[in-house]
Write a protein that binds this ligand. Structure first.
Ligand code: MF3
Ligand code: CO
Length: 236
């Protein structure tokens, strides 16, 4: 899973470097697919419940599962969430970043900072004996402390020989509640944070989830192993 994590990171960092005004989300997909071929590694999402691409690219108020398109031209001030995973020898990696396109508004920059900070707050409480409620509460506290909202309709997940395994890993909750973590478990923690209300809806393409109020949305994700001494981020 460490290898799957490293290769997930490799492709995501390549994509991050390509984000700029004028680039389409399909350009990002094509670059990712070319790199996958070079690495001789398989994308985790393509074909998953019929998903058509290697990347999910969600722009501005799109929360998750945006489909790369040649019609989606990134412009200065946009943000694009790129979600990506691979499968290596049957083991999965899964990670997401939200990338600014050129110069973005200060409030949008704060949304990205806070979402990333909330992911790391969740990771910081991971250790044997901590509960999933501890993780969710830590994420939620950072997000709501800054006046943003945690999306409820999508959550993190166990990951291993499938991309999505039990348990679900919500980005909200109550400390002390829920399943206890044990060394050897691997979970994907993935806060999706809206600048406005938490409500989302899925567009007619059957995939793209958007913030109902049209507010900006950010997404950061890591695949994290529980070890005897705490968390090990496999996708870093
Ligand atoms: N990181 C996303 C998730 O855990 C990836 C799934 S996208 C899909 O839900 F397209 F593959 F469905
Ligand atoms: Co995931």
């Amino acid at each position: 899973m460490r290898r799957a994590g490293e290769l997930t990171r490799d492709v995501l960092e390549l994509v991050r470097g390509l984000v700029k005004p004028g680039v389409t989300t399909l350009d990002l997909e094509k670059a990712a697919v070319a790199r996958l071929k070079e690495l001789d590694v398989k994308a985790a999402f393509k074909g998953y419940h019929g998903y058509p691409c290697a990347l999910c690219t969600s722009v501005n108020s799109e929360v998750v599962h945006g489909i790369p398109s040649e019609k989606r031209v990134l412009k200065e001030g946009d943000i694009v969430s790129v979600d990506f995973g691979v499968v290596v020898d049957g083991y999965y990696g899964d990670s997401a970043i939200t990338v600014p396109v050129g110069k973005i508004a200060p409030d949008t920059a704060r949304l990205l900072d806070v979402t990333k900070k909330s992911l790391h707050a969740g990771i910081a409480v991971v250790r044997p004996g901590a509960t999933l409620g501890d993780v969710g509460a830590a994420v939620q506290k950072v997000v709501e402390g800054e006046g943003f909202s945690v999306v409820r309709d999508f959550v993190g997940h166990g990951i291993g020989v499938h991309m999505h395994e039990d348990p679900q890993v919500p980005n909200f909750g109550e400390a002390g509640r829920g399943m206890k973590l044990k060394a050897g478990m691997v979970i994907a923690i993935e806060p999706m944070v809206n600048a406005g209300r938490p409500d989302v809806m899925v567009l007619d393409d059957g995939w793209t989830a958007v913030a109902k109020d049209g507010s900006m949305s950010a997404h950061f994700e890591h695949t994290v192993a529980v070890t005897d001494t705490g968390a090990r981020i496999l996708t870093e």
